[in-house]
Design a protein around this ligand. Sequence first.
Ligand code: COA
Length: 188
Amino acid sequence: MQRLVYCKILLATLLNFYGEVGIDCVKVAIRELKQSEVKAASSLLLNVIKGLAAYYTPRDILRNKEDYSPENIERLMRRGGSIFRIATVGGTMAGIAVADLYPSIPSVCWITWIAVKKSYRHKGIGTLLVRSFEIEPARRWDKIQCRVRVGNVISNDMFKKLGYKRIRMLRRKIRMRRVYVWEKPLNR
Ligand SMILES: CC(C)(COP(=O)(O)OP(=O)(O)OC[C@H]1O[C@@H](n2cnc3c(N)ncnc32)[C@H](O)[C@@H]1OP(=O)(O)O)[C@@H](O)C(=O)NCCC(=O)NCCS
């Protein structure tokens, strides 16, 4: 049943990408974050990050807290170069994706964060958020990359399932900070 709903969500979203779509009794929308939602987005993201203490050090968590404070998200939105995209379910913010674009490497879109609220996980929302960067009509990028902590099994599985290839592993001094780099070239 869950898979059926999930397939419908995916199909409907691919067809009506920026619109709101109704699936059974649930409404899911993937859209850009609004200024008025910055506080809620920051708190969703930070709550999810706090839940990753198994492979994020307290220092990592603190750094993310600074990077994604409401003030900093607003600043990043004003500056451009970062994309903040959310998934809403029946009007509630259920997930967020952050992607960064660098002028020096315009062909790459870096997915920096995909975070889904615990109660909404494994229903296809993370997939939809990732896919949204792949099907974006006006995209300038030719490939997507994402770094995922080696210990983050679910996220690594998700990228594998979505057709991403593991192109390298970056080793850091601290074992917990080893990351896999996932990449997917996109068709024009
Ligand atoms: C990783 C995350 C974004 C996935 O979002 P989601 O909406 O739950 O993912 P989906 O429902 O689209 O699932 C996609 C795939 O991920 C894997 N997956 C998701 N939840 C899983 C679970 N509880 N157990 C095992 N695999 C799971 C599966 O491979 C799944 O494919 P399937 O549905 O065919 O089994 C979500 O678990 C999350 O927010 N985790 C914490 C934050 C994080 O680790 N972010 C990634 C760092 S960049």
